[in-house]
Design a protein around this ligand. Structure first.
Ligand code: SPQ
Length: 428
């Protein structure tokens, strides 16, 4: 796909529903007793994989674009799937679902695409085995395909070596089905959508800053869910409007959960012109409108507990940093290596091709700004939606058009991404 420069971005868009919250609404609706009505669901490929997996376990789910209804019959009514549970490209689907399957007294097989086959699973399969689940897979349960025979779980006190909402959620979902209490402690707090939504579905949790406990044997009661716009999707347009001259863009109904707003903190530190209008009236997930204008940016240092609050935004932050004065240093972000691609490598290699001065490091990267992006090169998403979208925004400021291969990867989390650029863009 050839993409070129735009002269400005103007207007407003509704950011599609949050991917993390959409997955959880289908999963928890499937475990609950009663009808769960979901509004502003993200019809991206990953969330459609979650729907397909739960249908294979006998759950009746109706989906019409962004409206989803889940007819839950309770956790005990999930049935043994006759077919492979195919998670496609979705790490969230496989890891959270493993936590659910670990407690079910039946057999299941789980696999996904080429990228999923390279992503580490022992981070969840090992603690689930400790709780009593029988799980096997390539390299002793590290890689898909995985086979699970669940049931008879006992609660554990688990110290997670990394801040990861997928690990935390998988263990909590197994803990819900275990004897006794299960506690997960993380080095830094990760996104807390699971905790917020389980509470909405009637589950009692004990939480402090970095640990969560759940008592087994509780039942989920259906609840209606409004999914706010995904701040990780909004991030691409926050960056685009900051970088493209003479831009002014409004992004409607964007999720503002504090465990996800690291991008806002970073943009403010960089000198972005950003206004926030909070709109939620006591909803489980805060949200609001974001208004952003072109700005001159300064380099930043990003590390420590800020990392889990913006982990998926690092590709687009790297692009922002190429246009900021000074050297941006990102560290403590080794988790980037185990995403859809090794995002330290793919960000550095693709941005270098279009003129950026960027150096990958063991746990992050250094970006030397401000560097004009010459473009005029062939680049690739490497099948990673966030790399594809970062390149789509980079094209808007490159001197010469760039050719992006595998742009279709964006449909994993933002199927209307390129349409939204077209809607806002004034062409050069
Ligand atoms: O679902 P998947 O493929 O893992 O998606 C990514 C993404 O970029 O969309 C990561 F590659 O988001 C994860 C995120 O990085 C979604 C997620 C969640 O919904 O719980 C949590 C984060 O992962 P982790 O490993 O830190 O828990």
């Amino acid at each position: 796909m050839k993409r070129g420069k735009v002269s400005s971005l103007k207007g407003e868009i509704h950011i599609p529903g949050d991917k993390s919250i959409s997955h959880r609404s289908v999963m928890f609706g499937s475990l609950a007793e009663g009808k769960t009505v979901i509004k502003n669901f993200l019809p991206g490929a990953d969330c459609l994989s979650t729907i397909a997996c739960f249908k294979k376990m006998g759950v009746e789910i109706e989906q019409d674009k962004t409206d989803v209804t889940v007819y839950g019959k309770g956790l005990d009514q999930l049935s043994e799937p006759a077919e492979l549970l195919d998670v496609g490209n979705s790490g969230t689907t496989i890891r959270l679902m493993l936590g659910i399957l670990a407690g079910r007294p039946f057999h299941s097989s789980v696999a996904g695409d080429e990228s999923i086959a390279k992503r580490p699973m022992k981070r969840v399969t090992e603690p689930l085995q400790q709780m009593g689940a029988k799980i096997d897979g390539r390299a002793g349960g590290e890689y898909t395909p995985l086979s699970v025979r669940g049931g008879n779980l006992t609660g554990i006190d688990f110290q997670s070596p990394v801040a990861s909402a997928q690990i935390k959620s998988a263990i909590l979902l197994a803990g819900l089905q275990a004897k006794g209490t299960t506690t997960v402690t993380e080095p830094h707090k990760s996104r807390d959508h699971t905790e917020r939504m389980l509470t909405m579905f009637g589950i009692k949790l004990d939480e402090d800053e970095t640990s969560v406990s759940i008592a087994g044997g509780q039942t989920l009661k259906a609840a209606d869910v409004f999914v706010p716009g995904d701040i990780s999707s909004a991030a691409f347009f926050l960056a685009a409007a900051s970088l493209v001259p003479n831009s002014e863009v409004v992004l409607r109904n964007v999720g503002l959960n504090p465990t996800r707003t690291g991008i806002i903190d970073v943009l403010k530190k960089m000198g972005a012109h950003l206004e926030i209008e909070k709109k939620d009236a006591g909803s489980a997930e805060p949200y609001g409108d974001l208004k952003i204008k072109t700005a001159s940016l300064q380099a930043v240092e990003i590390s420590g507990d800020l990392i889990p609050r913006l982990i998926d935004e690092i590709p687009i932050i790297a692009l922002l940093a190429t246009q900021a004065e000074g050297t941006t240093v990102i560290k403590d972000a080794a988790e980037l290596k185990v995403k859809e691609t090794n995002r330290i490598d793919t960000v550095a290699s693709e941005l270098k091709k279009i003129g950026a001065h960027i150096e990958p490091t063991e746990d992050g990267m250094k970006i030397y700004g401000k560097t004009p992006l010459t473009g005029g090169a062939e680049v690739s998403s490497h099948g990673d939606h966030r790399i594809g979208m970062m390149l789509g925004i980079a094209a808007c400021i490159c001197e010469n058009p760039i050719d992006i291969s595998h742009p279709e990867a964006v449909s994993v989390s933002y199927p209307t991404f390129f349409e939204h650029i077209e809607k806002l863009a004034q062409k050069v």
